[in-house]
Design a protein around this ligand. Structure first.
Ligand code: NAP
Length: 303
């Protein structure tokens, strides 16, 4: 089986990128879309993010064989309730939410008897809204699919094939495991970035202009992450609370160990730690998951 009529609910960064990638890679697919925000709908129509931007979620999903919910995690349940009565028989409902156990529960509750196969493309930027999407967002990025235990293997296969057609590499994973892995690779780094940027801007004795002027010293990379969408990230932390708190506890213990090494002058411990972390960066580059050029290829070095 393969999907031919795809409805996208939420036409921001993720929904728009899926629509544009479908147009590029699966031009035969019929795409429809809806967004709760009328201005976003108008802009989505101008940018032709999907074939038809519909005036209601019901219209968008009515004849779809795949619906992909691309709304903030906290809005998944409401978006699913809006479409529940209008879905075609045999439809598969998926999503792109950044936490999976919470979303799987919300969708299963809102859509009893419907085939729900949650997914999370691990691809994004700090930008949001209908102007943020681009067709190559998923190229060479992982899409993690977290099917429930009773999912139809043919439907899981069809969803995997769709993501691969959009350029992604697919991994099948248990939702709970996904949430633990993403808590350390994505959610905790965002929390740290939000914290450090807040700390720097609150500092007495260092002016805001100095923080901005000398930002290339490392701070700038945190500011990119800390500029991420507040609604999306509020929902991620509230929906993946247990895994994030667990990782935060481990992080705090490791931070305290480094704090002690600095205090007692244990250069060997600091050097060993930094050597280990540098090797992780090398592995990420070897796997093609980041830019090998110094400072991510930026032209204005400042360290
Ligand atoms: P976005 O650019 O803000 O787009 C989300 C859109 O959904 C907004 O236009 C929003 O409208 C709309 N919306 C909210 N509730 C709705 C509803 N009930 N029905 C229809 N539309 C609704 O956000 P995004 O970055 O694409 O994120 C979407 C999802 O992708 C989130 O679940 C996020 O966790 C996940 N994700 C994000 C990234 C990333 O890097 N950004 C990466 C991977 C996965 P309003 O603005 O009016 O609320």
């Amino acid at each position: 089986m393969s999907f031919e009529r795809i409805a996208i609910i939420g036409l921001g960064l993720l929904g728009g990128s899926i629509g544009l990638a479908l147009k590029e890679h699966l031009p035969g697919a019929v795409t429809t879309g809806f967004d709760a925000d009328p201005e976003t709908r108008a802009r989505a129509a101008e940018r032709e993010l999907v074939g038809t931007v519909c005036a209601s979620a019901a219209d968008a999903v009515r004849s779809a064989d795949l619906v992909i919910l691309c709304v903030p995690v906290g809005a998944m349940g409401a978006a699913a309730r809006d479409i529940a009565a209008h879905l075609a028989p045999g439809v598969v409902v998926s999503d792109v939410g950044s936490s999976k156990e919470f979303v799987a529960r919300a969708l299963a509750e809102a859509l009893p008897g419907v085939a729900v196969i949650p997914a999370h493309p691990v691809a994004g930027t700090e930008r949001s809204g209908p102007d943020a999407g681009f067709a190559s967002l998923f190229r060479n990025r992982w899409c993690i699919i977290t099917p429930p235990s009773d999912a139809d293997p043919a439907q899981v296969e069809a969803l995997s094939a769709l993501w691969q057609a959009l350029g992604a590499k697919v991994e099948i994973m248990d939702a709970r495991h996904h949430d633990m892995v993403l808590a350390v690779t994505s959610h905790l780094p965002h929390l740290i970035a939000y914290t450090i940027v807040g700390t720097a801007s609150d500092l007495e004795g260092v002016t805001e202009s100095e923080v901005i002027k000398y930002s290339a010293g490392g701070f700038r990379d945190f500011t990119r992450i800390a500029a991420s969408d507040p609604t999306m990230w509020r929902d991620v932390f509230l929906s993946n609370k247990d895994a994030v708190l667990d990782m935060l506890q481990r992080f705090t213990e490791d931070l305290t160990a480094l704090q002690k090494a600095i205090r007692v002058g244990d250069g060997e411990q600091l050097f060993d730690h930094f050597t280990r972390t540098r090797a992780i960066r090398r592995s990420i580059i070897e796997l093609g998951q980041d830019d090998d050029r110094p400072d991510f290829g930026r032209s204005d070095h400042g360290d």
